[in-house]
Design a protein around this ligand. Structure first.
Ligand code: HEM
Length: 411
């Protein structure tokens, strides 16, 4: 125990000792890389104008966590964000955050389960919830107007233990263990300063964010992401996703706002529904993903089309009510994942669905009005329940070693 204490006091363990955290906040990496970075194609650049994990072509796997800050010490919070930045900058290269082979009487700095798995296109995206801006850290006057908590919305069945949080981290990768490694080690680094409030694993993407990607299917068996904003559409990214000079808080320029919704699907009822009804609920064909009345997946959605005096795409179809054409031009970048967490003990039914993730310039002008409409009238409501929710400000990307999440917010 003595040598363990001495080890921790020297700050040798990144994130576990105060000195280590301070060094990390200053961008100093005490531990040399244990391995060369893997092939560039497998690695997503970490530094830049925007955080990765938004415009990045959506990876296959998700590990997401929300944290509550337990310290009231502003410096300790800043050091935590610095340690997270230092750790993330290594993990995205496929490097451990510190030595696994430390002192025999000390815990390894990195937990080790991602060793040898490579970067696997890992992205780490960190954000701040509205509650971080209460009186604890002296940043109440830096809260953007767009970070007003989400209002309650029609059909909400939100569970507090699956909602909100002071901080969030979205880890996406093509390897589930590489993604999980991030939230596990972030929780470890945070010990004594923040605790995990809720977490969510996602096992398959439910959206495309690049024209180079094929559209995946969600658990209802429908192609999801067809009419999403794609990263190649730079004008749409600037108009709908990235925060620009319109913000009341300059530290947010280049950032975005993240909405998460854990949406349970009533899978058993859905599976008993007739094919034609499933297609009417979504407004697209199941196999091809074409808008009803059209031929191919990417054909234009004709909301005015009529057949036998009835709209071809029903008035309560999901794609009609969500479409920019019926929402004053509003769009958002969807980047969700399928989840399953075993069975619901109350009913024996699958606890599965879609972990909805959307990035936008202002959730109160984009997600909120669209979801208000969907919650009121969407035919899909018979088969889904929104049980978890989160809103987070995603600050811009880090400029280089020494920069950290929210540096411009706190300094
Ligand atoms: C489109 C499924 C929840 C917004 C679609 C499409 C599917 C789908 C299959 C058509 C393909 C596409 O264009 O991507 C689902 C399922 C949901 C869900 C299964 C819940 C479990 C939501 C929520 C929102 C939303 C909560 C936003 C509040 C949109 C938008 C479109 C869309 C904006 C594109 C509409 C268009 O421009 O044609 N969704 N969705 N969806 N969804 Fe959802």
């Amino acid at each position: 125990a003595t040598s363990r204490r001495r080890f921790l006091l020297t700050g040798g363990a990144l994130g576990l000792g105060a000195a280590g955290a301070a060094a990390a906040a200053a961008g100093i990496h005490a531990v040399a890389p244990t391995r060369e970075p893997a092939a560039p194609g497998d690695r997503v650049p970490f530094y830049g104008e925007h955080q990765a994990g938004i415009a990045t072509p959506e990876q296959d796997r998700l590990a997401f966590a929300a944290f509550d800050v337990t310290t009231t010490d502003r410096t300790a919070l800043m050091a935590l964000l610095g340690s997270w930045a230092a750790a993330a900058s290594r993990m995205v290269n496929g490097q451990e955050i510190g030595s696994v082979e430390t002192h025999p009487q000390a815990p390894p700095v990195d937990t080790g389960e991602a060793m040898g798995l490579g970067p696997a296109r890992l992205t780490v995206t960190v954000g701040f919830g509205p509650t971080l801006f209460d009186d604890r850290f002296g940043i109440a006057d830096r809260r953007p107007a767009a970070l007003e908590p989400l209002p309650s919305l029609p059909a909400d069945l939100l569970v507090p233990e699956r909602s909100n949080g002071d901080l969030c981290v979205q880890a996406c990768s093509d390897d589930p263990q590489v993604a999980f490694h991030v939230i596990r080690n972030f929780a470890r680094i945070a010990r004594g300063r923040a605790v995990m409030r809720w977490s969510q694993l996602g096992f398959g993407r439910t959206s495309s964010t690049s024209q180079a990607q094929a559209t995946p299917r969600n658990l209802m068996g429908f192609k999801d992401g067809t009419n999403n904003i794609k990263r190649e559409d730079l004008a749409a990214m600037d108009q709908h996703v990235w925060v620009g000079s319109e913000t009341d808080q300059p530290w947010m320029v280049g950032g975005s706002y993240l909405v998460t919704r854990r949406i349970r699907m009533m899978i058993e009822s859905w599976d008993a529904d007739f094919l034609a009804d499933q297609e009417a609920v979504i407004g697209r064909t199941k196999i091809v993903g074409a808008p009803l009345g059209a031929e191919a997946e990417f054909d234009t959605v004709d909301l005015a089309a009529m057949r036998d005096g009835q709209p071809v795409i029903p008035m309560d179809a999901h794609i009609r009510l969500a479409a920019p054409e019926t929402n004053g031009g509003v769009r958002m970048l969807r980047r969700g994942y399928s989840f399953t967490d075993g069975t619901d003990p109350a009913t024996g039914q699958l606890d599965a669905g879609l972990f909805f993730i959307a990035f936008q310039k202002n959730a109160h002008e984009q997600f909120v009005p669209v979801q208000r409409r969907l919650g009121q009238s969407d035919a899909l409501n018979e088969y889904i329940k929104h049980v978890g929710s989160g809103l987070f400000a995603i600050p811009p990307g880090l400029s280089g070693p020494g920069d950290w999440y929210g540096k411009a917010l706190f300094t």
